[in-house]
Design a protein around this ligand. Structure first.
Ligand code: UD1
Ligand code: CA
Length: 452
């Protein structure tokens, strides 16, 4: 049984931001959401976020996440003081407590599982995550005996020059047997250079405490400023891209591509340069995305191509070609084997199978059937200045170049709209509709006008 505590009360001054540090976004998720996400597979019985600075904002942003509780630490008197706030909430609890930081977002679930497993197998009072760093400056130093049993943790600023030579550092990630920790927490003293209550002092008075070394130092990168945020992003991108490449996805020029780790990509997808995949996006097998495309919160079917285009909050079905230079947004849904091409914008529009909108069109709030051909420059006038209206287009209907469809409007099946028409009234099945002034030719006009 494990309860997770996430420390997130600190101010994060170095971000120089109005947004609380833990809410800064890293590849589509906030820092703290990432931490929550990493513990999910451990099925914690409770997840307690310790909030302080801008507590209201942090709580509000995290409200949608299930099974998260908030504990306020009104003044921040140190990491030990933060964990002391849990005492009234965990009275009588007999399991383990996993302590994490809200600003350390790259920890792998495997690492946490391993920590927890070692802790439980050895029945330790506490088990802590350590690393050997080339540059240990700023971190607490961990002093162990030969069996990895921790004797003491000394903060960098409290170390003697000789102690600073020890490069084994405290990552700040711990697993505690709660009952043991609860006994020592009330006795913490703030007699150190920062006058803070150190959680590391609690570690020193527990027995036995074991240290577990991290395999990959990058996991404990803490985010204190924008530079570290960018570094974390790079690390994350590398992980995500390696994962998809080993799963059978081709990335052409990976350095120019960005992929949120919320995205799912099937094997035999090819991602071309300068392509960005964001949010809740799925790309199905055989599709080729890019170069130069942006896809967010969208479902792309099998064997689709998306070339130099933007697709947001939309669905594209099997075998469809999108682009170059198309923009799908506002829950557009494009059917099987369609073509949506050059400078076409679709907003909240649904196209059936084998329908083409190939050039220079705007279709907003439109439902078009299958085998429809939308001519170059066809525009739906969907907005009357107050409300948006729908346009319905039947199967096998076509529009000539430069037609305007003034909504609300329904065109039946097999209708043909003559080029340059402005259609304001519904048209039944099988009609040709022409709505433009007749051409007038005045013979000899040029001569006459020059005589006068
Ligand atoms: C802490 C450890 C140090 C370790 C390092 C790893 C202590 C005394 N030291 O130092 O051994 O090497 O982490 O990064 O624990 N926080 C609160 N409330 C507080 C104080 C801090 O929520 O009252 C949160 C902060 O927002 C931050 C985290 O706890 O996310 C760490 O606090 P910080 O003061 O930065 O600890 P370090 O000095 O880094
Ligand atoms: Ca820190």
């Amino acid at each position: 049984m494990v309860v997770v505590a996430i420390l997130a009360a600190g101010r994060g001054t170095r971000m120089k931001s109005n947004l609380p540090k833990v809410l800064h976004s890293l590849g589509g998720r906030s820092l703290i959401e990432r931490v929550i996400h990493s513990v999910k597979p451990l099925s914690p019985t409770r997840q307690m976020v310790i909030v302080g600075y801008q507590a209201q904002e942090v709580k509000a942003a995290m409200q949608p996440l299930p099974n998260v509780e908030f504990v306020e630490q009104a003044v921040q008197l140190g990491t030990g003081h933060a964990i002391q706030q849990l005492l009234p909430h965990l009275e009588g609890y007999t399991g383990d407590l996993l302590v994490l930081y809200g600003d350390v977002p790259l920890l792998r679930t495997e690492t946490l599982k391993n920590l927890l497993q070692t802790h439980q197998e050895h029945q330790n009072a506490a088990t802590i995550l350590t690393a050997h760093l080339a540059n240990p400056k700023g971190y607490g130093r961990v002093f162990c005996n030969s069996e990895n049993i921790v004797q003491q943790i000394i903060e960098d600023r409290d170390c003697t020059p000789a102690q600073k030579e020890n490069n084994r550092i405290n990552a700040g990630i711990y697993c505690f047997r709660w009952q043991d920790l609860a006994k020592v927490l009330p006795h913490l003293q703030a007699n150190n250079s920062q006058k803070e209550y150190y959680l590391t002092d609690a570690v020193s008075s527990l027995k036995p405490v074991m240290a577990v070394d991290l395999q990959d130092d990058q996991e404990i990168l803490g985010i204190n400023d924008r530079l570290q945020l960018a570094t974390a992003y790079e690390i994350l991108q590398k992980r995500v891209k390696e994962k998809w490449m080993s799963a059978g996805v081709t990335l052409i020029d990976p350095a120019s591509i960005t992929i949120d780790d919320t995205v799912e990509i099937q094997p035999d997808v090819i991602i071309e340069p300068q392509t960005h995949l964001r949010g809740d996006t799925v790309i199905h097998t055989g599709s080729r995305i890019g170069p130069g495309s942006f896809i967010e919160n969208s479902q792309i079917g099998e064997n689709v191509t998306v070339l130099y285009s933007v697709v947001k909050d939309s669905i594209v079905h099997t075998g469809t070609q999108v682009g170059p230079y198309a923009h799908l947004r506002g829950h557009a849904e494009v059917g099987v084997a369609c073509r949506v091409g050059n400078f076409v914008e679709l907003k909240n529009t649904k196209l059936g199978e084998r329908t083409n909108v190939a050039h220079l069109s705007y279709l907003g709030d439109t439902t078009a059937g299958s085998r429809v051909n939308i001519g170059a420059g066809t525009i739906t006038a969907n907005y009357d200045g107050v409300k948006k209206h729908r346009t319905i287009i039947g199967n096998s209907t076509g529009t000539g170049s430069n037609s305007v469809l003034v909504a609300p409007l329904a065109l039946g099946n097999n209708v043909y709209v003559a080029a340059g028409s402005t259609i304001t009234e519904d048209v039944p099945d099988d009609c040709l509709v022409i709505a433009r002034a007749r051409q007038v030719v005045k013979p000899g006009w040029r001569k006459k006008s020059s005589q006068s």
